[in-house]
Write a protein that binds this ligand. Structure first.
Ligand SMILES: [Zn+2]
Length: 80
């Protein structure tokens, strides 16, 4: 009798876990893509490392754009 109860309990656990994994009601799942939160921003190329960074996240100094304060202090990369 105890084994039967254990079996039922196990089935309930599996059912619950499957529901959680599937995120609840799978029939009402929406496939609509989320709108892009941030609009396309002008990208700037770091004068030191050359990485592309949004202009608002980087910094400008002496007419040059840098990705971070560290690269600003290091200055533009010397072209070999
Ligand atoms: Zn950089």
């Amino acid at each position: 009798m105890i084994k039967l109860l254990m079996f039922i309990f196990l089935l309930l656990v599996i059912y619950y876990v499957r529901r959680v994994v599937q995120g609840g009601h799978s029939s009402t799942r929406t496939n609509t893509q989320q709108p892009i939160a941030r609009e396309a921003e002008t990208m700037g190329e770091c004068a030191h490392c050359g990485v592309l960074v949004p202009m608002s996240e980087g910094r400008q100094a002496n007419g040059l754009f840098y990705c971070s304060a560290e690269h600003e202090s290091l200055g533009p990369r010397e072209v070999k």
